[in-house]
Ligand binder design. Structure first.
Ligand code: HCR
Length: 424
């Protein structure tokens, strides 16, 4: 690769806004996976995702803690376990962060995690991921485990801007985790991030600022991220404090537990607000030992034409051989088909039907503005905005006042139950 090719790529990211189609990148920085596939990263530790279902009163008595607090700790552990897959897995498998394929409207990615344990207490967990918007790009997903009546759903979109050396990315959207047998729910916000190492030809993600997790039982967690040098001098560092509720989080001394370490390696946990010591305190999660469980996806020839790997097959093959013209031609074919579809929809005054997700406008749909809506309730408890602002913006922040929109993407389980075309 010549420095000139890289320089022209850097120039193209200077005007990048989150729309991947506007980013012309040299073939070696292209990934052959589409962003719809990224939804699988939420559940590659499916045992940890389902763990709160198996915590007993006996466990709580032994630990001398309320069972709801043990479940909150389990949810935090699962969330920390997702970060390595979400933000470092391309560096591990492809050598550096790459530019993913820009999903087309209606693109889907599905699969399942099979329970390979002896006691079969987990059961099968399925993933449904759907590109619900192209401009701006938004991917919605649901991870459903019927056996344990547990659903994780959410959506995400990004807005990006280039600074002198890094690409800064704000995430929009959130995740909602429902343990229906326990009547307990969690709201999870998505952290901002930046891509470092672009000038050195070695792009990688660094998380910044915070994620919040709010439990319907009141418990509230703040996870604060830092890169090399801030808390511990190590990359992918974080500190998480768990409080009995949002009010109590105003003083760090009120923390019930503090967890710290690296989300891509080891973290430790201690009671109270002091930072745990990596040599003395209990290990919380070790990402270098706990290997992710891969999603099982159907062979490509059994997939529907809207399924990601089938739809992008020609482009993916061209990327693998690194042939720019082949990539360009295969991509243009797909994009022209999409343009034709949109044109026909406009002529017929129709719109693309989303398969498994609905856009819900909280301003218009009054049924949702009641105390039964999980998102509204949890957002209120955590003082978070319910508007279309970057994930994690507080309700009393000035950013919240600038925005009017209040629409979010929600999973419609019946749509999948009645699904005739797509097999998992
Ligand atoms: C920023 C990013 C696209 C978006 C990716 C998101 C935010 C998507 C939702 C997932 O749940 C979490 C997630 C993880 C990824 O780390 C993040 C991507 C990292 C790079 C990619 C840029 C658009 C790529 C730019 C090109 C590079 C090579 C400079």
């Amino acid at each position: 690769m010549s420095a000139a090719t890289w320089t022209s790529f850097i120039k193209s990211i200077a005007s990048y806004n989150g729309d991947l189609s506007s980013l012309t990148a040299p073939p070696f920085i292209l990934s052959s996976s589409s962003l719809t596939e990224f939804s699988q990263y939420w559940s590659e530790h499916v045992d940890l995702l389902l763990e709160p279902n198996f915590i007993t009163e006996e466990d709580a008595n032994k630990k001398k803690e309320p069972i709801e607090l043990l479940r909150m700790l389990a949810v935090v552990k699962w969330f920390i376990s997702t970060l390595k897959s979400q933000y470092c897995s391309r560096n591990e498998t492809l050598g550096s962060e790459k530019k993913p394929l820009n999903p087309f409207l209606g693109e889907i990615f599905v699969g399942k995690w099979i329970d390979s344990s002896n006691d079969q207490k987990l059961g099968e967990t399925i993933l449904l991921s759907e590109q619900v918007s192209h401009h701006p790009p938004i991917t919605a997903y649901a991870v459903e485990n019927k056996k344990n009546n547990t659903i994780l759903e959410g959506y995400n979109g990004i807005r990006a801007s280039m600074s002198t050396t890094a690409l800064n990315v704000k995430q929009f959207g959130h995740a909602l985790l429902e343990f229906r047998n326990l009547n307990e729910n969690y709201l999870i916000t998505l952290p901002p991030l930046h891509i470092e190492g672009i000038l050195a030809f070695n792009p990688y993600v660094e998380l910044e600022q915070k994620s919040f997790i709010q439990s319907s039982a009141g418990y509230y967690a703040i996870i604060e991220y830092s890169g090399k040098g801030y808390f511990s001098g190590k990359k992918n560092s974080f500190k998480c404090r768990i409080f009995s509720n949002f009010e109590n989080s105003k003083k760090k001394e009120n923390a019930l537990y503090t967890i710290s370490g690296q989300w891509s390696e080891k973290s430790t946990i201690a009671k109270g607000h002091s930072t745990p010591s990596s040599s003395k305190d209990e290990i919380f999660f070790d990402a270098s030992i706990e290997k992710p469980q891969q999603l099982t996806v159907k062979p490509i020839d059994e997939q529907h034409p809207l399924e990601s790997q089938k739809a992008w097959l020609e482009v993916a093959n061209a990327i693998k051989v690194g042939d720019y013209d082949l990539i360009h031609n295969a991509k243009s074919k797909l994009e022209n088909n999409q343009r034709e579809l949109r044109k026909k929809e406009e002529e017929n005054n129709s719109k693309w039907n989303r398969r498994w997700f609905d856009e819900v406008d909280y301003k218009i749909d009054e049924n949702l503005n009641n105390e039964n809506d999980i998102f509204i309730n949890l957002s209120k408890m955590a003082n978070l905005s319910i508007k279309n602002v970057p994930s994690g913006v507080e309700a009393d922040s000035s950013k919240n006042k600038e925005v009017e929109l209040m629409s979010h993407w929600r999973f419609v389980p019946e749509n999948f139950d009645n699904e005739k075309e797509i097999k998992i």
